[in-house]
Design a binder for this molecule. Structure first.
Ligand SMILES: *Cc1c(COP(=O)(O)O)cnc(C)c1O
Length: 457
């Protein structure tokens, strides 16, 4: 088949959409380390997790054995509203670059929340509803997760309480209003509505908040309010499981045209989109059926993979959550205020952390001005205004495609375009005005946070 016979956008038919999520943990030789209790350091049991998370989601969290988990019909019906998402051949970009590389991207920005997060939000809301719960609590940074969860909760008629990192609450009023349009209650974090929020405010008056702090508040409300549970939009095994829909669709679309990628690239914040995108490819790689380069891209200002420690750490600032073994910068780490590109969580998915530690994937960190330059280069030819987070993947995909110009190699590059950037125009503005810079933490700074890692054997 010649290249031009491949459509610009490869869509699956509705009946070709995956009916089960793929759980890469089942194929992993070294399983991800379990979540452990912050007091006893013993692996968290179903009974211990259940007061915090929905029952069925706890089971998924602990399930290292079933390779496929059926997607309930109600969730598949919701997926049909915005899925399958297109796998797009970037013909215009290839031509503009003059590269012999073939570039494909899986676009997850085709829904109102503007990102892949809806894939897991709808699943988590569904299981909360099934359990007969009244509502859920969560945190949100830039607001994509809160928006996705608000949409999912309104669909299933659940209450949704969102703790939004204060600086974003103030700087991103539009995101906040989208959440409220879908009926969510949005509180700037840290707040005086929780014990942990009050404590953090006392210790750090005037703080503009962080994800880790908002998580502590959301968990406190979930565990102290009857009929509520806490839900999280990234990092956890269950979230990667739900996001496998991205990778399964990508693989099915490529298989339909006999396309085999050389490399699969994604941005990594907590690791959910990347974990989902790569899962079926990683499965083949682990089982020895195929080989791919798998590349995580993270910001230089929040470099958990490339400069973090692989250790048990707190998932939140208030230290109320279980400990996770992951590549981490320390739970007190907050990227510099001038970092505008998202992907600011201090830790990384335990699944991806283990795969990275096993040498099954690579990680690259990139400075934010280069990320925005890549975003612009992409937007101008492919017509999509990418989210800054997604643009980390674009940056490395462009670099790889440019290398092919020199070598003449016709590499096939697949990357994840996780969302659109319409709510990030203040960051774009800084870039255009030349007031954006590349803050890179020093070793001394990182060392200070590593010292706060809990002593776990
Ligand atoms: C949240 C988000 C990310 C990063 O989260 P992961 O869990 O690492 O996938 C990336 N892109 C967009 C658009 C997001 O909203």
């Amino acid at each position: 088949m010649t290249a031009k016979e491949i459509p610009y956008k490869i869509y699956l038919e509705e009946n070709e959409m995956p009916k089960a999520w793929y759980n890469v943990r089942a194929d992993m030789v070294n399983k991800p380390a379990p979540l452990i209790h912050p007091g006893t350091h013993q692996p968290m049991t179903l009974e211990e997790l259940s007061p915090v998370f929905c029952e069925e989601l706890c089971k998924q969290e602990l399930n290292d054995t079933d390779p496929y988990i059926e997607i309930p019909e109600e969730i598949r019906d919701f997926y049909k509203m915005y899925r399958p998402s297109p796998l797009i051949r970037a013909y215009c970009l290839e031509e503009k670059l003059g590269t012999p590389a073939k570039i494909y991207y899986k676009f997850e920005g085709n829904n109102t929340s503007g990102s892949h997060k809806l894939n897991s939000a709808i699943a988590q809301a569904y299981y909360a509803k099934q359990q007969g719960l009244k509502g859920v609590t969560t945190e949100t940074g830039a607001g994509q997760w809160g928006t996705a969860l608000s949409m999912a909760c309104s669909y299933f008629d659940l209450d949704c309480k969102v703790f939004m990192v204060k600086v974003s609450y103030e700087q991103k009023p539009f995101r906040r209003e989208v959440m409220r349009t879908y009926g969510a209650e949005v509180t700037p974090s840290p707040s005086t509505t929780t014990e942990i929020g009050k404590k953090i405010l006392e210790e750090h008056p005037g703080t503009t908040g962080s994800l880790g702090c908002a998580i502590s508040e959301a968990v406190e409300v979930a565990t102290s309010t009857p009929g509520y549970r806490y839900v999280l939009g990234s990092v956890l095994n269950q979230v990667l499981l739900h996001q496998s829909i991205i990778g399964l669709e990508t693989k099915a679309a490529l298989d339909k045209y006999g396309i085999v990628p050389d490399m699969v690239i994604g941005c990594a914040g907590g690791g959910s989109n990347l974990g989902g995108l790569i899962s079926p490819f990683m499965g083949e790689k682990i089982r020895g059926e195929a080989d791919y380069r798998i590349i995580a891209v993270e910001p230089m200002s929040c470099p958990s993979f490339t400069r973090g420690r692989y250790a048990y750490d707190f998932c939140d600032t208030g230290k109320v959550c279980p400990l996770a073994k992951m590549y981490t910068l320390g739970s007190g780490f907050i990227p510099a205020p001038n970092h505008a590109g998202g992907l600011r969580y201090h830790g990384m998915s335990p699944v991806l952390s283990q795969l990275y530690d096993d040498g099954l994937m690579e990680a690259i960190s990139v400075p934010q001005t280069e990320v925005f330059a890549a975003a612009e280069e992409f937007a101008r030819v492919e017509g999509i205004l990418p989210a800054p987070e997604s643009s980390h993947a674009i940056k490395v995909a462009l670099d790889e495609a440019k290398k092919c110009i020199e070598t003449g190699e016709e590499k096939t590059i697949v990357f994840g375009l996780t969302g659109t950037g319409y709510f990030d125009m203040v960051a774009y503005e800084k870039f255009h005005n030349g007031t954006m810079d590349d803050y890179i933490p020093t070793d001394e700074e990182l060392e200070k946070y590593f010292e706060t890692l809990p002593p776990v054997e």
